[in-house]
Write a new protein. Structure first.
Length: 84
């Protein structure tokens, strides 16, 4: 099983760029699957796996999305949206 930390850097950059372009997590997952790119666990991509690659999870399983989503939105557009 491939860890999120070991995920190919070019895939991470591509995911980030697609998200900054406003593409949904599910649409990004579908695009990666169409191209035959293996997900973090060696299988298919899902919207939730794209989200985890971008924002990670705490060891207890709870995601740490809120602040990182806001920061990512600032990096993409210069302003933080209310939701992701």
């Amino acid at each position: 099983m491939q860890t999120l930390a070991a995920l190919d850097a070019t895939v991470r950059v591509e995911i980030d760029a697609l998200r900054c372009a406003g593409i949904s997590f599910n649409a990004i997952a579908a695009a990666l699957n169409r191209r035959g790119i293996k997900g973090p666990q060696g299988g298919r991509w899902y919207g939730s796996s794209v989200h985890r690659v971008l924002f990670g999870v705490h060891p207890g399983g709870a995601h740490r999305c809120t602040e990182r989503c806001r920061q990512n939105a600032r990096n993409c557009s210069g302003a933080a949206p209310a939701t992701h």
